[in-house]
Write a protein that binds this ligand. Structure first.
Ligand SMILES: C[S@@+](CC[C@H](N)C(=O)[O-])C[C@H]1O[C@@H](n2cnc3c(N)ncnc32)[C@H](O)[C@@H]1O
Ligand code: SF4
Length: 453
């Protein structure tokens, strides 16, 4: 039996601050998959046959931003209006063709996520056109349809068109409300502008407004973080994600830190270390929960039942996600797919003549460059682990008894280290476990790889 500290965490009187050194990655995972070559015949066959999935989603990627923020490496293409317009035309055409396919029509969609980049930077009429294309898919009656982006530039015309087009959830990156911290991070609006707009949008009678906050930004002290959390509550929004700043590589913050520098604000060179970030997380969880906000996952809380976070929880449960757009990832008939990021290649693929000139090609979207993988043989089990640890509770009746027995030494070590409590029914993560849950997921997959059954 191999048990290492990267799996179990370290024994410490203060596991919240010291169980692991740093958050290992944004997400954990393992893949028993290998790349496959999908011929035009196979691609067409996929779109002509019904799905086996019980639940599914659409993910639509809009890879444009007006500015490169200091902390983020999701920036892919500058937001040139003509370039966006060409992309949106082609994307909507592709969606219309795909929506017509027997594959798309064979089962309703629980949720749609339009992510980026900054989807709120497309024009009001592009939002309407995109909504029309999305509505060609068989969406379930209570489907959650999210538009991601930022408040800056999201004017009333865009808001009204989005609501009319069926968007019922809006996820805005705020990161921090503090004007100085925001300026240093390359954000446009100040705190007063954000609060005013969020309060207006949140008064809508049904749409869910959620915001992302990051803790650990340069210049963001504990006291600023406390004000950030109070601002979330005061703003009227219905949900919030609290993300720890991760060094994703290649950002301005990362480059400065490689040179031993901090991209601080005019008045502060402070940047929270991993221990302070753990305290920030604990403060955030406590402040929200003592204001009666409900925790839906380790990093997501809601004010009330209007916010459901369907896409995020189903995506972690490993459902089928049809991906559209350059840089989009998802799965088709159990095959993981990742579209390449190059806009030029993506456009070229859309314009290429179809090699199979038959009736089915009318309801088969063009295949785009990227990677396709064979089905992951452990996908179902991995989804149970990921969803369970992310939600803070892994119910053991979802696993076979020999799987529980195999994992028991790891679960016991987590319990000894203050990361979880093991009962006959469930492994329940403590606050420290929830803070370190991605490290624990990574550790669990490492444990399974090194201790095969
Ligand atoms: C794909 S980004 C889209 C955000 C949107 N374009 C905006 O300007 O706010 C989604 C979220 O990822 C989070 N994010 C980006 N970089 C991050 C990092 N280095 N560490 C943690 N979270 C990060 C931010 O909270 C951001 O709102
Ligand atoms: S935070 Fe948003 S606008 Fe800024 S670079 Fe990332 S995706 Fe683009």
């Amino acid at each position: 039996m191999i048990l290492t500290p990267t799996m179990t965490g370290l024994a410490s009187p203060d596991p919240l601050q010291h169980a692991f050194k740093v958050k290992s990655a944004p997400h954990a995972g393992r893949s028993g998959s290998r790349p496959i070559n999908v011929t035009p015949e196979l691609w067409q066959q996929w779109w002509q046959q019904p799905t086996q999935a019980q639940q599914r989603a659409l993910y639509i990627h809009i890879p444009f931003c007006r500015k490169r923020c200091s902390f983020c490496n999701f920036f892919e293409n500058g937001a040139n209006p003509q370039r966006i317009s060409d992309y949106m035309q082609q994307l909507c055409q592709q969606l219309m063709v795909a929506a017509n396919s027997p594959f798309a029509q064979s089962q309703g969609f629980d949720t749609v996520y339009v992510g980026g980049g900054t989807p709120t930077d497309i024009t009001a009429s592009e939002i309407a056109m995109l909504g029309e294309a999305i509505n060609r898919f068989p969406l379930l009656d209570n489907a959650e349809v999210t538009l991601e982006g930022r408040l800056n530039g999201f004017n009333d015309d865009k808001w009204h068109n989005a609501l009319e087009a069926g968007f019922n959830r809006f996820s805005f990156g705020v990161q921090s409300f503090d004007t100085e911290v925001r300026r240093a991070a390359g954000r446009f609006d100040d705190k007063a502008q954000l609060l005013q707009r969020l309060s207006t949008l949140s008064q809508h009678d049904s749409a869910s407004i959620v915001v992302d906050l990051i803790f650990g930004l340069p210049g963001q002290t504990m006291s600023i973080w406390q004000q950030d959390l109070q601002a979330v509550i005061d703003s009227g929004v219905h949900g919030v994600d609290l993300y720890q700043l991760i060094g994703l590589g290649g950002t301005r913050i990362d480059r400065a830190s490689e040179k031993g520098k901090i991209l601080g604000t005019d008045s502060s060179e402070f940047q929270a270390d991993s221990q302070t970030r753990a305290q920030m997380y604990a403060y955030g969880a406590d402040h929200l929960e003592s204001n009666q906000w409900q925790r839906l996952s380790s990093c997501h809380w809601r004010r009330d039942a209007r916010e459901r976070s369907v896409y995020n929880s189903l995506a972690k449960s490993g459902i089928e996600i049809l991906p559209f757009g350059a840089g989009a990832g998802g799965s088709i008939h159990g095959h993981g797919t990742m579209n390449a990021r190059s806009l030029t290649d993506w456009h070229q693929a859309q314009q290429q003549a179809c090699t199979l000139n038959n009736a089915a090609s009318l309801s088969t979207p063009k295949n785009v460059p990227g990677m396709m993988l064979t089905p992951n043989p452990s996908a179902k089990l991995d989804a149970i682990f990921k969803r369970g640890l992310d939600s803070g509770e892994l119910r053991l009746n979802q696993l076979k008894s020999q799987q529980v027995n195999q994992l028991r030494p790891l679960f016991k070590a987590w319990q000894d280290h203050g990361l979880a409590i093991l009962s006959n029914q469930a492994l329940t993560l403590t606050l420290a476990g929830r803070f370190w849950n991605v490290n624990m997921q990574t550790g669990l997959f490492e444990f399974l790889a090194k201790n095969p059954q």
